[in-house]
Design a protein around this ligand. Structure first.
Ligand code: BF8
Length: 643
């Protein structure tokens, strides 16, 4: 295997990497090399920088120091480090949710944050039906105008963040048995911000020294993300931007078009990317682009914000996390506009080697010296139009000799939601999960797996996602995907209905052919992992597959994870009773045997879910299948039909 083939299995990525090497552009893989050897204490999670008596570290071989200056041992240090990551990951998703709820309040003309501010904005309520459903969940009378409903709802949603007592409203969506368990364990999330703050408090010097107790607080904080901040983000985005429905699209670097003004949007909050979709179609700007010699304006996305506009508009996806620098390396990107999360600091340097203009838009995420065009719901269209104009004008600066776009693009179908799954399986007027449950009960389907998460240059790019998913569908496991994992599988054609015939087992094939779905369902961005939680609750409500989420023959996996957000997702999966495998490296807990044993073992007796660390995709598939079979047996289901 050549050096480049070890980095990625994706031919477009390989080609762009070759170009980067020829042009002496340093990418994440080069930087990983210069970091070798990476800090062993950090990798094991036993380096403590919590207070200024340190930094302290625990000798993993048991010969040197076994506790820090304050007396904290490996268990406390590793658990505190991990807890902090859970808090950070949760805060990222939940802050995103807050911004979306704030936009809803602006639409309703009742900004809770900016009293007296003019109420002009560029959004509207696209999905009134979902607005009403959500309002009813929050106990709001819906016999009033949609603006009035939105006003009340946004107030209640924003109050979820600052709630001090009681429980988050969406907790009610979980099956009764799960809610009772959370209550018994004392991990029912009370308020979103409260759980993050309290978890951080417990990790400061001299507070919680019990690793199991720290993990319980971590589980509660993660639940406030999955069943709180992320769920708010997903549901309110559906109200403001419309609920996705199955839609076709294209993926990979080949979607960047040589004769067009190319704008790549990268980040997470779809308020920006959604407006970019509109601004890129502005007749005035399209005319200007043509005047500049381009055929038009081409918009493409990277990472989760790409998933958002793919799900709602079929906008092309240029790539996943490890392709962000390479999109610029094509030499054909006029502007990369970014908002928050997963945006590599290196982009500034890579962009400087080409004519590409990097533009930041969010006050929370800036680069020194990089052009910042402030974006807010109030000036959304204006500011996005300004960015598109910068791109169009920058077309003239493109250096033709530097352009080389790998000609790879793949078709895909995305846009599955808990509602869409209902409708596809049961028909629009008989929307039900019954056919899905029956398929599992009868053994035509073995079970379900959520395969999600990032890329990580420590692992061959896309290899773990695609190999695992192929193994799962071959064994009649229907795969639900989000984030960069979905993009990885899309590039290999796994998100096409035709993929069932080529890759799926007979049972899954029959289902896919009967209803015309791919064997791998793309549910959206990382906040949309909340769709998996609600879909699982519907499965329990439908009946026949147990009484709790932990009874479902299902598992979760983040094969190439790298982000703190992935850790938080893992924790809310486990807190919801899901067996969850992490690839790449474990969460730097290995320096504490007790903590690792707890997370991969004993915790199952607590929440019904547990973690597994595994770095072989074939083994991951075997573990998931064994777990699904164990759950099938516990439910006394018929044997798998085509085993
Ligand atoms: O939130 S999968 S690399 S883009 S963290 Fe980031 Fe990971 Fe991609 Fe989206 Ni999720």
């Amino acid at each position: 295997m050549s050096n480049i083939e070890q980095k990625s299995i994706d031919p477009a990525t390989q080609e762009a990497l070759k170009k980067a090497q020829e042009e002496n552009i340093k990418t994440t893989w080069d930087r990983l090399e210069t970091q070798q050897p990476q800090c062993g204490f950090g990798q094991l999670g036993v380096c403590c920088t919590v207070c200024a008596m340190g930094p302290c570290r625990i000798d993993p071989f048991g010969e040197g120091a076994q506790c820090g200056v304050c007396g904290a041992n490996a268990d406390t240090i590793a658990a505190r480090n991990l807890a902090r990551k859970i808090a950070v990951g949760g805060s990222a998703h939940s802050d995103h949710g807050r911004d979306v709820a704030h936009t809803l309040s602006l639409i309703a003309g009742s900004s809770a944050h900016e009293k007296g501010a003019p109420h002009h904005h560029n959004y509207e309520i696209v999905n009134e039906e979902k607005l009403k459903v959500l309002a009813q969940e929050f106990g709001i009378d819906i016999n009033k105008t949609k603006e009035e409903i939105a006003k009340e709802l946004s107030k209640k949603l924003l109050a979820e963040f600052g709630k001090q007592e009681g429980e988050l409203e969406f907790v009610k969506r979980a099956p009764k048995k799960r809610r009772e368990l959370w209550k018994k364990l004392g991990i029912t999330p009370r308020g979103i911000d409260r759980e993050v703050v309290e978890l951080l408090h417990t990790t400061t010097m001299g507070v919680d020294n019990d690793y199991k107790n720290l993990m319980l607080a971590g589980l509660r904080c993660a639940l406030s993300d999955g069943w709180g901040g992320s769920m708010i983000a997903t549901d309110v985005q559906d109200i403001i931007l419309g609920s996705p429905e199955p839609i076709r699209g294209k993926v990979n670097l080949g979607v960047i078009k040589e004769n067009y003004v190319n704008i790549v949007v990268h980040g997470h909050e779809p308020m920006l990317s959604e407006m970019a979709v509109k601004a890129a179609q502005d007749p005035e700007l399209v005319k200007l682009a043509k005047k500049m010699g381009a055929e038009g304006i081409n918009l493409a996305g990277i990472c989760c914000t790409a998933n958002e506009i793919l799900m709602r508009h079929g906008i092309a996806v240029a790539g996943n996390f490890l392709q962000q620098e390479l999109a610029i390396v094509t030499g054909a990107v006029e502007v990369m506009m970014v908002d928050v999360q997963c945006i590599m600091p290196a982009l500034q340097e890579v962009a400087a080697c080409y004519h590409t203009k990097l533009i930041t838009t969010n006050p929370k995420a800036r680069f020194p010296g990089v052009n910042h065009i402030a974006f807010s719901p109030e000036n959304a269209y204006e500011s996005t139009k300004e960015i598109v104009k910068v791109a169009v004008e920058n077309f003239a600066n493109r250096k033709k000799e530097k352009v080389n776009i790998p000609q790879y693009e793949m078709d895909l179908v995305a846009g599955f939601t808990k509602e869409a799954v209902f409708q596809i399986l049961g028909g629009k007027y008989r929307a039900t999960y019954k056919p899905l449950n029956e398929a599992i009960i009868s053994g035509r389907l073995r079970g379900l797996a959520g395969v999600v998460g990032c890329n990580n240059p420590k692992q061959t790019h896309d290899y773990f996602h695609t190999t695992l998913v192929k193994e799962l569908i071959k064994n009649d496991v229907l795969v639900l995907q989000t984030g960069c994992s979905a993009i990885a599988c899309a590039k290999q054609g796994l998100l096409l209905p035709e993929a069932a015939k080529q890759f799926a087992g007979k049972g899954l094939q029959e289902i896919c052919e009967a209803v015309g779905i791919p064997p791998v369902l793309h549910l959206g961005s990382c906040v949309d992992n909340s769709r998996i939680l609600t879909a699982a609750s519907h499965i329990i409500a439908e009946g026949g597959l147990g009484e709790d989420l932990s009874d479902i023959p299902a598992a979760g996996c983040a094969p190439e994870w790298m982000s703190e957000k992935a850790i938080t997702i893992g924790f809310y999966f486990v807190a919801s009773g899901v067996y969850t495998i992490f690839g790449a490296s474990p969460f730097a807990t290995l320096g504490s045997k007790n903590l690792t044993d707890y997370l991969t073992g004993e915790i199952e007796q607590v929440t019904g879910g547990r973690f597994e660390f595994c770095d072989d995709p074939f083994k991951m598939a075997k573990l998931i299948i064994a777990h699904i079979d164990k759950k099938r047996e516990a439910l006394k289901l018929k044997p798998v039909m085509y085993a």
